[in-house]
Design a protein. Structure first.
Length: 161
């Protein structure tokens, strides 16, 4: 059964990715500013409970920040960066993958111009050397490229024109 995959017409892929990155950056900056303010309050002699109330965080967070501040000063409260596993396909390769998909399946030697997850996996492996399962290809398309399912229009084989 063939369901193709393509770019969503509602919003461009790059725009969606840019918005997600900007949102994540803003949230990370806000959390960092909160930790920096906690360091200032600790330096002024405020208790953990006072810092927790002032910054509207749990006492556990204030306690953890206080321990980090005591051990390393304000640098002990720096962000350790994004969490989670690093993706198999690096961000630097995404633009090349997207460009290859935009060229169409025919340009990559397939008999029809319909993209399937299997076909996309073959192209990704050819470009990056990384073999991905269908669920991983789907996550890459949806989560990192912002693409959605685009089913081809069904037409009768024998039709009057």
């Amino acid at each position: 059964m063939g369901g193709g995959v393509g770019a969503s017409p509602a919003m461009s892929t790059n725009r969606r990715k840019q918005q997600a990155r900007q949102r994540a950056t803003r949230e990370r900056a806000a959390r960092q500013a909160r930790r920096e303010r906690a360091a200032e309050l600790f330096a002024q002699g405020h208790t953990q409970a006072e810092v927790a109330r002032e910054l509207d965080v749990s006492r556990q967070s204030a306690s953890r920040w206080h321990a980090g501040w005591q051990a390393s000063g304000a640098t002990g409260l720096q962000s350790r960066g994004p969490t989670g596993r690093h993706p198999k396909v690096p961000d630097s390769a995404l633009e090349g993958v997207e460009q290859a998909l935009l060229e169409g399946a025919l340009a990559h030697g397939f008999t029809t111009d319909v993209w399937t997850l299997d076909r996309i996996a073959v192209v990704i492996q050819g470009l990056t050397g990384v073999a991905l399962s269908n669920p991983s290809v789907w996550r890459l398309l949806r989560g990192r490229l912002g693409w959605s399912v685009q089913r081809p229009e069904r037409r009768a084989k024998e039709r009057d024109e």
